[in-house]
Design a protein around this ligand. Structure first.
Ligand code: XLS
Ligand code: NI
Ligand code: NI
Length: 439
């Protein structure tokens, strides 16, 4: 515990059940409660992000930051950085969150040179390590910030400037080593500025090849330092560039396959990135699961009236249900978790809003988990889909699936039969009503 608590009036948040009117309690998240044979804690694997929760001043393009963070002296001193880490762990402990995630530059200030910057990072990592040991809270994943500093104006691994590629490589090398030292369960690559704003000045083929080479170097380094955490790629279609190369799950999978990297990466799917890509999170999860590549989830939500990455705390139970249905269907998380890549609104500037926001997100997902578990136990939805595809389980369908049919045999089959078996209704509204029955 820091000598002086940053949240002195906040107790450890208790579970009080659905009827509780206490805003500092969970009404659904009950970590030890067994759902489908497993404690909620292990199903949900919540993680707090350092960047939004402890470094975001809550500014927007029209106004300065509004966040009140009395523990932060606003300086870029190491002392301030180390103290911030202690505050972060105080909050995570009070929330009962088992994981956290950070970018290298969230936790420690940059120095004049790479060497000095690395030294700053080491000084803060020492406190992270201490606090992890004290609390048992673990690092879900580490990552490198390759997008804030002006040197990355044209990208990092996809920069037109080879020196920038080299700097990014050195930075990721260090971030991986630090993640390893903190026993991180994973390491994430989000494309940052890996994309373009104008094709007039861009050699796309060359940039993509550089990105492939960069990730291969990371795979090699992982092996050389003996880090066995999971690598993730996080798809996002736009912001900050007009066209990010990792635009969606399918594009990432294709890129990994093309560069022979598929065995080394899984996907980290972010709810609102899916929406920005013109999909929804269910679609992105299904795409990842079909390729056996669902690794982790950046849990947030967008606003249907705003077309940018608003990173709101996930409070939509219909959506958390949809997410948890997929997580359960995929057999649950292994290395990954539900990482709140979410920030409080600019209008929610008090420290206690950080607490309310996480309680809201955790309860929305706990409730989504319970609803999804009930839907699975009920079985009607699964049975409907199974039945819908039953023509593939025997006869001509089974022959096609097992590779025993060809155009010739299918032609003979159909000439003999003359017309297809009648189609059946898709019953979408009936199925939507089943979901509502449980919510
Ligand atoms: C930005 C991304 C970023 C990654 C980590 O939109 O979501 O926060 O999760 O670099
Ligand atoms: Ni994210
Ligand atoms: Ni995002």
């Amino acid at each position: 515990m820091p000598s002086k608590e940053a949240f002195p009036d906040i107790p450890k948040i208790p579970y009080e059940g659905p009827d509780s009117k206490n805003p500092l309690s969970f009404r659904h998240y009950n970590p030890d409660e067994i759902v489908l044979g497993k404690p909620m804690r292990d199903h949900l694997r919540f993680s707090v992000v350092f960047w939004h929760t402890f470094r975001n001043p809550l500014g927007d393009p029209f106004g300065v930051g509004t966040a009140l963070r009395p523990w932060d002296d606003g300086s870029s001193s190491i002392e301030n950085a180390r103290n911030r880490v202690r505050v972060a762990f105080e909050l995570m402990e009070k929330l009962g969150v088992p994981f956290y995630a950070f970018h290298d530059r969230d936790v420690a200030p940059e120095g004049e040179t790479l060497r000095e910057t690395n030294g700053n990072l080491d000084e803060v990592v020492a406190v992270l390590k201490e606090e992890q040991q004290r609390t048992g809270i673990r690092l879900l994943w580490g990552t490198a910030c390759l997008f804030v500093n002006p040197r990355f104006v044209h990208g990092a691994a996809t920069s037109c400037n080879a020196d920038v590629f080299a700097y990014a490589a050195a930075q990721v090398k260090k971030a991986m080593e630090v993640t390893h030292e903190l026993d991180g369960a994973g390491y994430t690559f989000w494309g940052g500025r890996e994309g373009y704003t104008s094709l007039l000045n861009t050699n796309m083929k060359r940039e993509l090849e550089h990105l492939g080479r960069f990730l291969q170097m990371a795979v090699d380094h992982k092996k050389s330092i003996g880090f066995d955490g999971q690598f993730y790629i996080e798809p996002k279609p736009k912001e900050p560039t007009k066209h990010q190369y990792d635009s969606d799950a399918a594009a990432c999978l294709n890129f990994l396959r093309e560069h022979g990297l598929l065995d080394h990466f899984k996907l980290n799917i972010e709810t609102n990135h899916a929406t920005l890509a013109g999909h929804n999170v269910e679609h992105e999860l299904e795409t990842a699961i079909a390729a056996d590549a669902l690794g982790s989830i950046d849990a947030n939500m967008g606003d249907e009236l705003l077309g940018w990455d608003t990173d709101q705390f996930p409070t939509n139970i219909y959506q958390t249900t949809q997410v948890m249905l997929r997580v359960l269907a995929a057999g649950g998380f292994t290395t990954g978790g539900l990482n709140f890549d979410a920030k409080v609104r600019r209008e929610s500037f008090e420290p206690i809003d950080l607490v309310y926001a996480h309680i809201a997100g955790m309860d929305a997902f706990a409730r989504g988990l319970k609803v999804a578990a009930a839907i699975r136990e009920d079985g009607r939805l699964r049975e409907f889909v199974k039945e819908r595809y039953s023509s593939w389980d025997s006869g001509i369908g089974a022959q096609i699936e097992s590779g025993k049919a060809d155009f010739g045999s299918l032609n003979r089959y159909m000439l003999e039969k003359g017309e297809v078996a009648p189609n059946r209704s898709g019953r979408q509204e009936y199925l939507e009503n089943i979901i509502n029955e449980f919510i």
